[in-house]
Design a binder for this molecule. Structure first.
Ligand code: MTE
Length: 326
């Protein structure tokens, strides 16, 4: 049986590479007789579609925003306009292209139950609104660098992941934190694509999970999280490629086994466990040297660790033999 598994995000080549390189490659492909295949994949960006940024009024956490800004986290670039970061998304549960913001409104965010299990003193289950009562929300400005070589800069609201780890009280044997997205094809039609390994899973080492930068985002732009961006809670690990930032989490599991994430299961040679941003290590199919800034199409050189080396680089000093950057 032949199953067509999409490779990576099957991004358009034009999105991953500067336009001049894209056109050069197009010429080469034409010469090889592959021009028609390339043309079939081409299309326009979904920026023209409806702007569906705000979480619905049924969200009881709406009054918690805006949260107080934490000035420690600053940006080297203007913030991305909300109309771009909320209409150009990766959320495969709602489809394989970027224009899923309307489709994602089907996501039901209440009731929303979060399970904490595995190697912890006492496994627990709680509703998102109970969790929000146990943590202190703050706002942080973070860059976000997708492995596809586009980027944005957004004000997340949420709380440090290490606060959730403290709440969970992992036992000394726990080495990793595995996070899992909901699985319910009736509200996420993308999960009917049987060739993907649902549910979406991601993982961090305990050291990464308790690093100051690792953040659970529950809102953005001073309000609760839009559904298309991963309501009601998602991860933000800005020194890693964006696929690590798992959306709409329902489970935090502490374990001594390294989690095999969704994209790693699909294609381990292209999407590994560590996935730290490094402009000098190209993706097997495109360069990571620069990034297209969402909104205007401007390109900027990509920074090692996405500019967050002072916070995170030392965690990897003894891991030089690992494939840290893919
Ligand atoms: N989480 C889930 N559950 N499903 C996804 O498809 N896509 C990832 C990540 N988290 C994804 C996910 C990828 S590839 C990126 S770049 C970011 O979410 C995109 O986040 P954004 O849509 O808020 O920009």
């Amino acid at each position: 049986m032949l199953i067509k598994v999409k490779r990576g995000w099957e991004m358009r080549e034009s999105e991953a590479t500067p336009e001049s390189v894209f056109h050069d490659r197009r010429d080469v492909l034409k010469a090889m007789g592959l021009g028609t295949i390339l043309a079939a994949g081409a299309g326009s960006l979904p920026f023209g579609q409806a702007f569906a940024a705000t979480a619905p009024e049924t969200d009881p956490s709406a009054g918690l925003y805006p949260a107080k800004k934490n000035d420690k986290y600053t940006l080297d670039r203007p913030m991305t306009d909300e109309k771009f970061s909320t209409t150009y998304n990766n959320f495969y549960e709602y489809g394989e292209d970027k224009g899923i913001s309307d489709a994602a409104q089907k996501l039901k965010i209440r009731p929303w139950t979060i399970e904490i299990d595995g190697m912890v003193e006492k496994p627990m289950t709680m509703g998102i609104d109970d969790l929000l009562k146990k943590v202190q929300l703050e706002e942080r400005l973070y860059r976000h660098r997708c492995v596809e070589a586009w980027s944005m800069a957004v004000p997340w609201s949420g709380f440090p992941l290490k606060d959730l780890v403290a709440l969970a009280k992992p036992t000394s044997g726990a080495k990793y934190l595995q996070m899992t997205t909901f699985k319910d094809p009736s509200m996420a039609p993308g999960q009917k694509m049987f060739w993907y390994p649902w549910p979406y899973i991601e993982g961090l080492t305990m050291e990464e999970a308790t690093n100051d930068l690792a953040f659970i985002a529950t809102g953005m732009y001073g309000h609760s999280m839009p559904k298309q961006n991963g309501a009601p809670l998602r991860l933000a690990t800005p020194w890693k490629y964006g696929f690590k930032s798992i959306k709409s989490i329902v489970k935090f599991s502490f374990t001594d086994k390294r989690p095999v994430s969704y994209w790693e299961k699909l294609n381990a040679s292209e999407y590994g466990f560590w996935a730290n941003v490094n402009p000098e290590v190209p993706h097997p199919r495109w360069s990571q040297a620069s990034e297209r800034i969402l909104g205007g199409g401007e390109r900027k050189p990509t920074l090692p660790w996405n500019g967050y080396g002072e916070y995170v680089a030392s965690m990897y000093d003894n891991l030089k033999s690992e494939r840290l950057f893919a």
